[in-house]
Write a protein that binds this ligand. Sequence first.
Ligand SMILES: *Cc1c(COP(=O)(O)O)cnc(C)c1O
Length: 395
Amino acid sequence: MPQAQLQYLTDELNKLREQGLYQKLRVLEGEQLPVARFDGREVINLSSNNYLGLATHPKLKQRALDAIHKLGVGSGAVRTIAGTMSIHMELEDKIARFKHAEASVVFQSGFTANAGTVAAIIGHDDVIVSDELNHASIIDGCRLSKAEIRRFPHKDVEACEKVLKGLAGYKGHKLLITDGVFSMDGDIAPLPDLVRLSEEYGCIMMIDDAHASGVLGRNGRGTVDHFGLHGKVDIQVGTLSKAIGSLGGYICSTRDTIEFLYHRGRPFLFSTSHPPSVAASCLAAFQLLEEEPQLIERLWTNTRFFKAGLIKLGFNTGASETPITPIMVGDAALAHEFSRELFQAGVFAQGIGYPTVPVGKARVRTIVTATHTTDQLSQALEVLERVAKALRILN
Ligand SMILES: *Cc1c(COP(=O)(O)O)cnc(C)c1O
């Protein structure tokens, strides 16, 4: 009986229910808009990564439709067999030029780009030096690589240097890896210092710019551009699933590194490439970033407005410096209750607890986009204040 063999999973779920940590999937009915319908309720949407509103942008839709008409709905093979279409190559050229990199390769997602690349370029004789809050896809890549993993406390450059000093004489390759913008805290990596350390200690420097692409730097070129570090970071990762509005992840690096990934990046080798419509909408998105930088300005105007509002109300927004602004709550059950009550009151902001963030650091995470109006953001602030007071999160 499969039921008997799987009973332990039901037990685990029941434990989550008892602890108030059980989470039902919210279902979006319609498009990913700043005010959207989830589970039959119209809410101000502070939970998407659709930073620039490109997921529903008419130009991206049109390009996707054109690609479907001309090229079909699927690629029919993995990249290394028959699934490399000219539109895939066109997108990779576009990304490489946009990021001022020699070459680029697109993976099915940001997750597979990270996990597939780290596992491909690093092996069991090597060592990875990793910020403790790096994204799960980096952590999985590190584990898959079988390398020794040395974590350093979040953004702690001195501690990172201490780890690197302790590796003097180490024979293998050293990978120093960090998120550019941390997805749960919205703070920015100390990239200039990390780059300096990577040069001093002979590391491969790799940065995951999932939340910085389309958000930071000129035209949304990411943290490397934000800090003026072009040519100093060996491997840049970006996602096509957040500000770019569609789906995918990419690696920018030297031509040979990219060609190496063609041969050793397991998700690239063993999982089918994107439908041409995905590549087409991404191409349109990069064009928009170059032609309409005012979208990014709008994102930052909204970010400043909303963050200032939260701080004025007395919320603890942690170390956030970007459109991702957590409201720190501490207890996970309380964070989830806060999120549920907000939803009932018309604001969708996701509650986040362990294991996504450390125990005791649960929060409700807010993300504003370029497409929110000031009115919508003011209304969200009012609801946040009211609900937080009722739950005694605010006095
Ligand atoms: C979202 C995210 C990813 C994964 O990107 P997908 O394209 O959604 O798979 C990777 N790294 C970071 C830091 C992220 O926030």
